[in-house]
Design a protein around this ligand. Sequence first.
Ligand SMILES: [Cu+2]
Length: 104
Amino acid sequence: MKNVLQILALSCLLISAPTWAQDIQINIKDFMYSSTDLHIPVGTKVTWVNDDQVPHTIVETHKVFHSAALDTQDSFSYTFADAGTFEYFCTLHPQMIGKVVVGQ
Ligand SMILES: [Cu+2]
């Protein structure tokens, strides 16, 4: 019974956790970002993971953030501390584009 109460208490904590604390992962597969129009609250950390067999990059149009070339299974993270619209692309394959919209 004590265990059940502990699990219940833990569940409540998880449910009440603020949504802004949620990290987001974007996978890169078949020359595409798995999310190309992401809407997130300020403070969200986004991590891109390269699932392709070729290198990719994540470069914001205005150089707000930019990754090195990511090899297979390499990742790059950026925490969006400011509101705004951030468009990014892969410098190796400029047809690969994505957008992150950060709210208040
Ligand atoms: Cu690429």
